[in-house]
Design a protein around this ligand. Structure first.
Ligand code: NAD
Length: 291
């Protein structure tokens, strides 16, 4: 397939590499000087998008997505798919899809779960919003870049699924860290608590697959001095998107809001920036109640 790829950062570059390795003809653009072996690098977003069957974007946020989309839509081939894999607000995803429809293009919002490791290994999960026709065209690409693609519904549904999932993750990680910090203060051994929780009703991905305690459970960022992994500032970005979405439909999300506030403090007022989001554990453990 002839593919354009715009946004070749931590996630985009390895995703593009996997498409090249599978034999696709990939033309890429990034503002930064990034090289992907076997990919044709061009100097503008328009050049990357022109005449392609699918144009993939992997960009930092909704505002940048909107501006790149406005740039490339006029040069895209009729019936081509604009496949956005960035995590952005639901409203931007829907607006870009609507503009694509007006311009005779197909659009998918397909944010991912699985992080940089998943992008490199080609094991991402895609959560996809858009038409059946667009999904069918992109499906073989999802199969290369990921291990699973769930067609969640119409435009915006992929972003909705992503931020709901990550709101659960942020809340659960804080709960897990609170419990392990409390257990330590109660004199309880963390590996014993892991044995109990990981097989009891408190279990979750945060404990079972990503335990925030060093030396306990499977290998995780806690075992590497909380080097990310999934950085606390990315968790904060997704939690803020969840609260923006909740506000837009008047949904009551008190724990989502509390998790957002706590990660905002951790990232913007403390030392959380650049650390894995599970570093919430040492942060809580070092504090006394009411501090
Ligand atoms: P990144 O900052 O490493 O990459 C973004 C890239 O976009 C950069 O290389 C930047 O130069 C480029 N860019 C910015 N503006 C541009 C423009 N106008 N035209 C062309 N290129 C432009 O970020 P990342 O970690 O690769 O994340 C990309 C997206 O994936 C984000 O929306 C993020 O929330 C999401 N995501 C990231 C992770 C993760 O673990 N890193 C996991 C899931 C989802």
């Amino acid at each position: 397939m002839k593919i354009g790829f715009i946004g070749l950062g931590n996630m985009g570059a390895p995703m593009a590499r996997n498409l090249v390795a599978a034999g696709h003809e990939v033309t890429g653009f990034d503002l930064a000087p990034v090289e992907v072996e076997g990919m044709t690098k061009v100097a503008t977003a328009e050049e990357a998008a022109k005449g392609q069957e699918v144009v993939i974007t992997m960009l930092p946020n909704g505002q940048i997505l909107r501006s790149v989309a406005a740039q490339i839509m006029p040069v895209m081939a009729q019936g081509a798919v604009l496949l956005d894999c960035s995590t952005v607000d639901v409203e931007s995803a829907r607006q870009v899809a609507q503009d694509c429809a007006t311009a005779g293009l197909l659009a998918l919002d397909a944010p991912v779960s699985g992080g940089i490791g998943g992008a490199q290994a080609g094991t991402l999960t895609f959560m996809v919003g858009g038409s059946d026709a667009a999904f069918a065209i992109a499906k073989p690409l999802f199969d290369i870049m990921g291990q699973k693609a769930v067609h969640c519904g119409e435009s915006g549904a992929g972003q909705g699924a992503k931020i709901c999932n990550n709101m659960i993750l942020g809340i659960t990680m804080i709960g897990t860290c609170e419990a392990f910090a409390l257990a330590d203060k109660l004199g309880l051994d963390a590996s014993k608590l892991f044995d109990v929780v990981s097989t009891s009703s408190g279990y979750s991905w945060s404990t079972n697959a990503y335990c925030p305690v060093p030396g306990v459970g499977p290998n995780s960022p806690a075992d590497r001095d909380y080097q990310p992994g999934f950085a606390a500032e990315l968790m904060l970005k997704d939690l803020r998107l969840s609260q923006q979405a909740a506000e837009s439909v008047a949904a009551d999300t008190p724990l989502g809001q509390a998790a957002t506030d706590l990660y905002a403090t951790f990232v913007e007022k403390e030392d959380g920036k650049g650390r894995d989001f599970s570093a919430m554990l040492p942060r809580l453990a070092a504090r006394a109640r009411g501090q």
